[in-house]
Design a protein around this ligand. Sequence first.
Ligand code: HEM
Ligand code: HEM
Length: 208
Amino acid sequence: MYASESASRYTITAIVLHWIVALILVVQIPLGWWMQEIAKEPIGPRADAFNLHKSIGLTVLLLMVVRLAWRSTHRPPPLPPMPSWQAMAARSNHWLLYLLLFVQPLTGYLGSAVSGYPVRYFGLVIPSWGVKSVPLKDFLSVAHLATSWVLVAAIALHVAAALKHHYADHDRLLWRMARRRGEPASARGESDPIDKGSPNPRRGSPAA
Ligand code: HEM
Ligand code: HEM
């Protein structure tokens, strides 16, 4: 048995990436809504907000590449006992979240690339390759908007499920994505594979 199979938590890398991306999204989604309310004249504040949104969004894309690479080589811990439909729903929603966190920044970036405006990453101009296309930009904007609402719904379901497990079921599910401070794993009566980040040599089907 691999260490990750006997572990009760995600690896520290997975935990850190999970919470960084979650925190970023708490800012990024309202920023996407709010920035469009900014007046078009003078151009400065609106452009600054759009550029910030684009930079943060591209950062999410980079983090998700790292996260997917980590996830595909590190198996998550087994779920606590629960009805099989719940386990399946949790896994499906996790994979949906992964998918959306690629589609969302990609539709944003591709839409911006064909908008005729340069895309900047925290001030650095990304070489443009797209020709300006209004119909394509409109299509990608609709895709970006639609994906954002699916993402909001998937996050809401995910958070509600996590809180239900914590406060109603009182199982240890939430701790799988956390590390209690100041308490060594041995004191908690667990083997602590977190820092070792045990590799998964792609055995069996991945759980979410
Ligand atoms: C995970 C990453 C991202 C999230 C969660 C996100 C979320 C959002 C949201 C919620 C909106 C408002 C949609 C609406 O109500 O109309 C929006 C708009 C927008 N986003 Fe993003 N976004 C992300 C990444 C990006 C990236 C990487 C770019 C470009 C490089 C981008 C460019 C835009 C633009 C230009 C708009 C204005 C509407 C449009 O022209 O499509 N976004 N985004
Ligand atoms: C806000 C945006 C969030 C996103 C996009 C998100 C995304 C994800 C994803 C994709 C996973 C699966 C990880 C994997 O298998 O690699 C996961 C797991 C988990 N998340 Fe979140 N999460 C968010 C917020 C939260 C919040 C606020 C909580 C707590 C209230 C939470 C609690 C958990 C727990 C406990 C797990 C492990 C569940 C399990 O193993 O079945 N997440 N999250």
